[in-house]
Design a protein around this ligand. Structure first.
Ligand SMILES: Nc1ncnc2c1ncn2[C@@H]1O[C@H](COP(=O)(O)OP(=O)(O)OP(=O)(O)O)[C@@H](O)[C@H]1O
Length: 626
């Protein structure tokens, strides 16, 4: 698997609802790739080490001690039997040594249990810590990425695979540690076996190979199934959410959608289940057969060992030691090989996590970035700007040239899909133009520090987020660093008329909004808008953009909001998108967009006099009110 940072492939690998995933070639992982994926382990261990060095060290040391216990136990067992046999054959009468040996074996058993418990406790603690930290890193990384990357299905597939890696990656941790521990154990035991007959070791190796090959094969199949079904798993999550959430319940009920949603869920999940089952069943069948072969090999060797004991070539103690060692080496080796197979598998999964972290944002600050000007002088100039969305061949904007003067109030007008929101997103550098450029005071927007730029531009989108948090926080998100600045929050609320909404709430500014949390209250569409509008006043932005912020407000509230807005943003630039001409006409200039192109620009009076599209639309709406 080659890590790819390109999240702009058209259409991604999202399949249509009717096509079935087949586990296509790209989802198959070859042995070579799996070995290559082992190269991820050092990075993984660095991450785990960074999670908690003391826990990591304790885990490693305890496992090392535990590795020596099986061989030691078997050897003490051999000594005990030899002592007993020699006593029954008239050996030394003193039994102190014998009981000492028994005590040692007991001690070893207790130690082994205690260490086993400690190791699983540490594994658990380390695992939880690691999962938490990886989730945080995942969120931090997501925050750095571009809006465009979030609009790409391939990106979501990667994100989903990476998310699955946050939990369960400690399986890998205990896997590798367990592997090393078992290898050391096997080393001790094998040394004992080799003293008697090195061929026994070869026999063991041959006996465990069939089940190893079988397991590998099925691991590969499981992984490719899981990988090729990533889009469907996301769809299942989505269906689960739409089928049961406070935000969707209203429409699901009114349109009677639950049957439709459940059917789709059932079809998809059953199909996945069936495929998984098929793999599980054939894995179990083949596993039984192949392990049977190994067992046959084991008993072959056992016969040989017993034979030698019967003929007196080895003692009874040797017999138990050899038989025990042989059994343990075989099962440990089987374990090691099995784990090795799932280990390489886990390492491949790990690649998904690292692939996600390898995605880099395309929009960032240059090395020597300009700070946002303390006072904008000449304004924002669009020079022949064109923009195409990554997943579309159509120009959303084309050939756009105009200047938003410093301190100017500009209104954007145009039919649905004309490109108004896209223009605003370009101003806030959520995207960069596909062609042409946008200048701020003569410098390309791309030359400015990105964080600084965004700090000085306040945008309230039409699809603003209704945070299920307190009313105060819902305003404070406009400048989250100021969330404890209550006077500022209250002033912003007064400016956006949200204060009257909040005054009616039992909990005031601390009132939880949204019904899905305890004692949360729901607001009306217009009330939410007043609250969201307050965000625009939280920051001291030089350019404020309101994208249809008053669509849900009643006529009086809208008039009042804009009267205040104009007064409060005196000297600052603003862009307002609205379909209401009563609002639009308050702007200094109006820019009319059609099919992504600038059709007309000028003041309300000038455009009316021009008798073009603006005049036509204005008259149309005015007539509706007569
Ligand atoms: N994220 C996106 N990916 C692909 N195409 C998009 C995306 N967002 C918008 N578009 C397309 O770009 C065009 C312009 O959309 P935009 O949202 O800028 O229109 P608008 O003028 O704001 O419309 P409205 O008045 O309906 O809000 C539309 O054809 C739309 O389908």
């Amino acid at each position: 698997m080659t890590p790819t940072t390109n999240t702009h492939e058209k259409g991604g690998n999202r399949r249509s609802a009717s096509t079935k995933p087949t586990g296509d070639v790209s989802d198959q992982v070859s042995w070579r790739e799996r070995f290559a994926a082992l190269g991820n382990l050092p990075t993984f261990f660095r991450l785990v080490w960074a999670t908690s060095p003391p826990l990591f060290l304790a885990d490693a040391l305890l496992r090392l001690v535990q590795a020596a216990i099986p061989a030691a136990t078997l050897y003490v067992g051999k000594l005990i039997i030899d002592q007993v046999v020699s006593r029954t054959q008239g050996g030394a009468a003193d039994t102190t040594y014998l009981w000492e040996l028994v005590a040692i074996e007991f001690g070893l058993a207790v130690l082994s249990t205690a260490i086993g418990r400690a190791v699983s406790l540490i594994d658990g603690l380390l695992g939880d810590k690691f999962a938490n930290q990886t989730s945080i890193r995942l969120m931090e990384h997501a925050a750095e990425l571009d809006l465009e990357q979030f609009e790409d299905a391939t990106f979501y597939d990667k994100l989903e695979r990476a998310r699955r890696q946050t939990n369960g990656r400690t399986v890998l941790l205990s896997g590798v540690f367990g592997q090393v521990q078992q290898l050391i154990s096997v080393g001790f035991l094998a040394a004992g076996l080799a003293v008697y007959n090195p061929w026994l070791l070869l026999l063991i190796a041959v006996a465990v190979t069939p089940s190893f090959i079988g397991d590998n094969y099925f691991n590969r199949k499981s992984y490719s199934l899981s990988r090729s079904w990533t889009p469907e798993r996301r769809e299942l999550d989505y269906l689960r959410y739409v089928g049961a959430s406070d935000e969707t319940a209203k429409e699901v009920k009114i349109f009677g959608l639950s049957g439709f949603l459940i059917d789709r869920f059932r079809t998809l999940s059953t199909e996945y289940l069936k495929k998984n089952q098929a793999i599980a069943v054939s894995r179990a069948g083949w596993g039984t057969l192949l392990t049977g072969l190994g067992t046959a090999g084991y008993y072959g060797a056992y016969v040989w060992i017993v034979q030698r004991a019967v003929t007196g070539q080895i003692s009874l103690g040797d017999l138990t030691f050899l038989a025990g060692s042989f059994r343990q080496v075989r099962s440990s080796l089987e374990g090691i090989l099995l784990q090795f197979s799932s280990l390489t598998q886990e390492a491949v999964y790990l690649q998904d996590l690292f692939d996600y972290f390898a995605i880099q944002p395309l929009i960032h600050s240059p090395k020597t970035a300009l700070p946002f000007p303390a006072q904008v002088r000449s304004g924002f100039t669009f020079e022949n700007v064109g923009f195409k969305y990554a997943n579309s061949d159509r120009w959303a904007l084309r050939g756009l040239s105009f200047t938003l003067q410093a301190g100017e109030k500009l209104a954007l007008v145009g039919e649905n899909g004309a490109g108004k929101t896209t223009l605003v997103k370009l101003l806030a550098r959520l995207y960069d133009p596909t062609e042409g450029r946008i200048l701020l005071d003569g410098h390309d927007l791309r030359d400015y520090d990105l964080d600084d730029l965004r700090r000085h531009i306040g945008v309230i989108f039409q699809d603003y987020i209704r945070f299920k948090m307190s009313a105060g926080t819902n305003i404070a998100v406009g400048d989250i660093d100021e969330r404890t600045n209550q006077p500022r929050i209250e002033t912003s609320a007064q400016r956006s008329l949200a204060d009257t909404v909040i005054a009616k709430l039992a909990g005031g500014y601390s009132q939880q909004l949204g019904k899905s949390f305890n004692q949360g209250v729901e607001l009306s569409g217009g009330e939410w808008q007043k609250v969201a509008l307050g965000r625009a006043y939280m920051r001291d932005a030089q350019l404020i953009i309101l994208d249809e912020p008053t669509a849900a407000l009643d006529a009086r509230a809208e008039y009042e909001v804009f009267q205040r807005f104009n007064a409060l943003t005196e000297g600052k630039s603003s862009v307002i998108i609205s379909h209401r001409f009563s609002t639009v006409r308050m702007a200094d200039r109006i820019l009319v967009l059609e099919n992504g192109q600038l059709l007309e620009i000028g003041s309300h009076e000038a455009l009316l006099a021009q008798k073009g599209r603006y005049a036509e639309l204005f008259t149309l709406q005015a007539r509706g009110y007569q």
